[in-house]
Design a protein around this ligand. Sequence first.
Ligand code: PMP
Length: 416
Amino acid sequence: MNAPRTAPATIPTPDWDGVRTDFPLLTREIQGKSLIYLDSANTGQKPASVIEAVDDFYRRHNANVSRAVHTLGTEATDAYEGARSKLARFLNVRADELVLCSGTTFAINLVAYSWALPRLKSGDTLLVSRMEHHANIVPWQLVAERTGARIKVAELTADGSLDLPALYAAMTTDVKLLALAHVSNVLGTVNPVREICREARKRGIVTVVDGSQAAPHRALDVAAIGCDFYAITGHKMCGPTGTGALWARREHLQAMPPFIGGGEMIREVSFEGTVFNDAPHKFEAGTPNIAGFIGLGAAVDYLQSVGMANIEARENELLAHATEELLKIDGLRIFGRAPGKAAVISFLIEGAHAHDLATLLDLEGVAIRSGQHCAHPLLQFLGVAATCRASLAFYNTHDEIERFVVALKKARGLLA
Ligand code: PMP
């Protein structure tokens, strides 16, 4: 069940035009124009192999997991557990420490309700960074409300990096938990989570890392990060929606009570009491998104066939190109310039509202996101009501970046 990681093979640089043809949706037209999809931080597009894996499950193998001894039931269970093993190898963690769930939001809530709620009390502090997605803020607020613990905010520097000296100074003895994004979904900042988790651990602070925006874009070694919990979401990593996972250290999983009760998570039930299953099944009550996880397993296979190092290098190239072109536009301001940032570009153009720009870009077939990106406290820090966000993936092209910039200049002209 728990295959140790072998050294990742170096995958030759793929033919990126060929990679693109793996994604059926990218051939679509929007408003009579070829789609330029620059919203991968919101959700990633799916290669044909993922769509086919889901389709194949429903056409040929559909059955529930872990209940039936018939052939289909065994096939479904093997495929579902096979997906867990693939994901575990992808993250370099043990499969029996990986709880499959609907995504990062569920994963963080599981930690909040099952780890934090029974432990925290008045006088304790939860440390959360300014750049968090609401999924890594609101669950902690709910815990704080119910326990009397308070929330402290780790602030940022002007380029959108975490202020590390301030963060370490904020790790006082009352801090019991640090919740932190690996990669910001707005700024693209890549936090030095390994170093931060080491510092937290020295002080006895439990760490929760939100890996939603990291897992799709770089090779991960969660074991080496040294955190206590790591959350990922499948739909941003070429997998189906409604899939994700929480990795947790074994000692936490063993100590944590179940969060949701029902079938699958029990060993024995009587009206006198229930004996729970072992982790990770203890946290997987009810029928899971079987087809979705089989699709996520196919997504992991796909990402690994392209090569995570290739993906990171390709996205860095696209980011450099897009940043250079965007900065040539008069009045354009980019939010988040941390060194080594990921391929997420939040921007505004003076005099133009973010939603107007996004609407005009849609008329040109360009899909970007506009708004607050589920990060109100960060937008308050940036002092703006909304931004536009172009988020890139390895399946984007240099030609798309050129056409995006032309479309943006046209939109700006119309709004000026
Ligand atoms: N954290 C971050 C950094 C995100 O970008 C997102 C998705 N936008 C989430 C958490 C929430 O993930 P999900 O919707 O899959 O639960």
